[in-house]
Design a binder for this molecule. Structure first.
Ligand code: SF4
Length: 422
């Protein structure tokens, strides 16, 4: 058993509440369990209990064994001086306050309903794909649905941490922040960091001055990426190199180191050189992107902003100076979906929240509802349990559930887990 199960029992008062008394046989009544504290300090704040006719208001601390009070050195921490009740599974040692008075103690052993304990132990000991795999179907659909709605918001909120950081860094310039977030997404998992660093080192205002000269935008992108150093055989990279030398001098630009870019284990179509060429193509046509997204009436209008193809040179190249079989390399629909799910939807959500404009939060949800669910083994796992994601809204929520709750065995905080334990 983990201590978190005691927190759950206390929070939900799902233990035998009849004839409660402390280990010193004092009559005990719980008037309010207090507020659950997930940070440092006692486990519950502002609880109210009646002990032998005296009303106590203060904090409640919990342990499996009372001696853990000393093991955790609470006797030296003033944050625990106002504990009014020690709730434990077993009292193996009496605990005293610094003034010498004994802290009233309630033991829960023998008070936990057997069915509840059995179900909890089953969840705890399960080594299946998700701990509740054998009882997942028992949880009512309505609870699952409401919980997934909540998890989708939680996932978007997690992603907005990055956006708020970018916004702070670029002095609350929303367009610039969107540009940086989109850049991160272009890097997918492997080249996220260099793409973000590239965007931070190359402000939109510089790009805006050269938007109508596509080769200069591409020169700025590849030059800042640090990939225009070698002596080139092909005329196109040599031209980009000349352009970049001039522009870097003009704007005092400092390029990234080329070793930041990872090619290893990537298919040629996913090489950073191809992604950078696509990114440059996106930047050439990305004037007022945020405004266009905010005004877009349909998902197709948003998608259209990302339908770009790199310059002609990339038709038969994956890297500079290496000729390959001709193959067009536009941003694929699947790649655009990744950009929308991971970049645009969280951005809209955050923008709506910060500006107090509910409609943009709704726009984020609608976007996710219209985008197809991702395809991966995690979502296949949910499918075998009967939870098939119909769209990106549901798939994102299911990813959040598996990665943040099931894998971390947070069943007691999960609405499905709570339904199963009932
Ligand atoms: S976190 Fe929820 S869904 Fe996941 S295993 Fe636990 S109870 Fe089941």
């Amino acid at each position: 058993m983990r201590e978190s199960f005691l927190h759950y029992l206390w929070r939900t008062r799902r233990f035998d509440l009849r004839d409660l008394e402390t280990t010193q046989q004092q009559n005990l009544q719980i008037l309010h369990p207090g507020e659950y504290n997930t940070h440092s300090g006692p486990d519950f704040f502002n609880a109210r209990v009646n002990i032998d006719g005296t009303l106590w208001a203060g904090n409640v601390e919990m342990h499996l064994l009372s001696s853990e009070w000393h093991a955790h050195k609470h006797q030296h921490d003033p944050a625990y001086d106002s504990v009014i009740l020690h709730v434990v599974l077993q009292e193996d040692l009496p605990v005293f306050r610094p003034d010498g008075s004994r802290i009233p103690c309630l033991t829960l052993q023998g008070r936990i309903p057997e069915t509840l304990l059995g179900r909890y132990e089953q969840l705890e000991s399960s080594r299946l794909w998700i701990p509740c795999e054998t009882s997942f179907a028992e949880a009512p659909e309505i609870i699952k649905q409401q919980w997934l709605d909540r998890l989708l918001i939680e996932r978007l909120e997690e992603k907005t941490d990055l956006i708020s950081h970018s916004l702070l860094q670029c002095g609350n310039h929303w367009e610039e922040a969107l540009y940086q977030i989109v850049a991160r997404c272009f890097g997918l998992k492997v080249n996220t960091e260099p793409f973000e660093a590239l965007a931070r080192s190359l402000p939109l205002k510089i790009l805006a001055r050269h938007r109508h000269q596509p080769h200069q935008v591409e020169a700025l992108v590849f030059g800042q990426a640090g990939l225009l150093h070698p002596v080139f055989q092909d005329e196109w990279p040599a031209l980009l190199q000349r352009e970049y030398r001039h522009l870097a001098h003009k704007y005092e630009l400092v390029p990234l180191k080329p070793e930041h870019w990872k090619f290893f284990r990537l298919r040629p179509s996913g090489f950073p050189t191809v992604r950078l060429a696509q990114f440059a193509a996106f930047l050439q046509q990305s004037e007022h992107t945020l405004a266009k997204i905010l005004e877009a009436g349909t998902i197709e209008e948003v998608e259209q902003l990302f339908h770009v193809s790199p310059s002609d040179y990339w038709l038969n190249h994956y890297q500079f100076d290496k000729l390959s079989i001709p193959q067009p390399k536009p941003l694929t629909a699947a790649f655009v979906e990744v950009l929308l799910v991971n970049g645009v939807a969280p951005f809209l959500f955050y923008y709506g929240k910060q500006k107090g404009l509910e409609r943009h939060q709704q726009q984020a949800f609608a976007l996710l509802e219209k985008l197809p669910a991702e395809k991966n083994s995690l979502l296949d796992g949910w499918k075998t349990l009967g939870s098939r994601a119909a769209n990106a809204y549901q798939s994102q929520a299911l990813i959040q559930l598996k990665t943040r709750y099931c894998d971390a065995r947070r069943c007691l905080e999960c609405a499905i887990g709570n339904a199963i334990l009932k």
